[in-house]
Design a protein around this ligand. Structure first.
Ligand SMILES: NC(=O)c1ccc[n+]([C@@H]2O[C@H](COP(=O)([O-])OP(=O)(O)OC[C@H]3O[C@@H](n4cnc5c(N)ncnc54)[C@H](OP(=O)(O)O)[C@@H]3O)[C@@H](O)[C@H]2O)c1
Length: 288
């Protein structure tokens, strides 16, 4: 059987890595990005770099959207479908929240497009290595159609339900977890520094316990270096925490409120485009 033709809409931090991984695995890939120049490096890796979203989805079997938020997805994909084949499946992997996921499902229904709510866990590195986790909510036959793509990109799948917004809701819970881990590490390192303890000792002590992980050691090392090359931006996580705060029913949860505030402060102090490890800067540093 011929490889599925994939269209990747949005070649930012994650979309670019996803497109590269699919090209590496032999899929024909068309890409579109609002800022055309940002997609151009993918041409030398074999991608067809398109001028419009419609051009990019024409002839695709699977369309993957990796745009910043729901507003961008609705705006870009609203009228993109004129040249699309009847069997196309839309893998919507941007983090869009519950309301956004419902609106996107409604758009897909109105356009007659089969759509799987499919946000992912993992950043640029795991995308390039094919070790993302997919959170999935869609009809069984549509998820089955995505199987070759999921096999190329992911080592784990969690089925959250059979329709949107189940996977997008789970994604908000998972990003709350990621924010708590990252901000928790930053807070512990700030406490160590204030108490006159070298911050690397926090990571060293942790490494002998069951609480460590490659994730936390990697983020901790970035905090030590105060160098934050982006894997997952502060801007994107601040957006997701805001969604979680707005969309979680009941009284505003205390920890989530604090996390949203910390990451928003990192945005306000100029770290929006940095990696989320830059939340360390929200806790300040001792002078001298
Ligand atoms: N990075 C991660 O680790 C990660 C992990 C899981 C999920 N996600 C989610 O995946 C999505 C993409 O993340 P990312 O890290 O790749 O973000 P990013 O680097 O900020 O890229 C955002 C993408 O969205 C495009 N975009 C933004 N606003 C737009 C608009 N109004 N119209 C058209 N295009 C627009 C950008 O185009 P330009 O290049 O023109 O700005 C770019 O292609 C987000 O929803 C994010 O929350 C990210």
């Amino acid at each position: 059987m011929d490889a599925l033709h994939i269209s990747v809409i949005g070649t930012g931090t994650l979309g670019e890595a996803v497109a590269r991984r699919l090209l590496d695995r032999g899929f024909p890939v068309s890409v579109w990005n609002r800022t055309h120049s940002r997609a151009l490096p993918l041409a030398s890796a074999g991608a067809r770099v398109c001028r419009t979203p419609t051009e990019a989805v024409t002839g695709a079997d699977v369309v993957i959207t990796l745009l910043f938020d729901a507003a961008a997805v609705l705006d870009v994909m609203g009228d993109a479908w004129s040249g699309v084949s009847a069997s196309v499946v839309w893998m919507q992997s941007s983090t869009v929240g519950v309301k956004g996921s419902r609106e996107i499902a409604e758009l897909a229904r109105a356009r007659g497009i089969r759509c799987v709510d499919a946000p992912v866990l993992g950043t640029r590195g795991p995308a390039l290595e094919g070790t993302l986790t997919a959170l999935l909510a869609g009809a069984d036959e549509d998820v089955a159609r995505l199987d070759p793509v999921l096999q190329a990109l992911c080592t784990h799948r969690t089925v959250a339900g059979s329709a949107a917004p189940a996977a997008s809701a789970l994604k908000l819970a998972m990003n709350t977890w990621i924010a708590a881990l990252t901000a928790g590490a930053a807070q512990a390192m700030a406490v160590a520094e204030r108490l006159g303890v070298r911050e690397e000792l926090v990571l060293d002590a942790l490494s002998g316990t069951g609480m460590t992980s490659p994730y936390i050691q990697g983020k901790g090392a970035a905090m030590l270096r105060q160098d934050y090359p982006v894997q997952f931006s502060v801007d994107a996580l601040a957006k997701d925490l805001h969604l979680a705060l707005r969309e979680t029913p009941g009284q505003a949860p205390m920890l989530l409120t604090a996390l949203a505030g910390l990451f928003q402060e990192a945005v306000a102090s100029g770290h929006g485009a940095d990696d989320i490890a830059a939340v360390r800067e929200s806790f300040g540093h001792s002078v001298g």
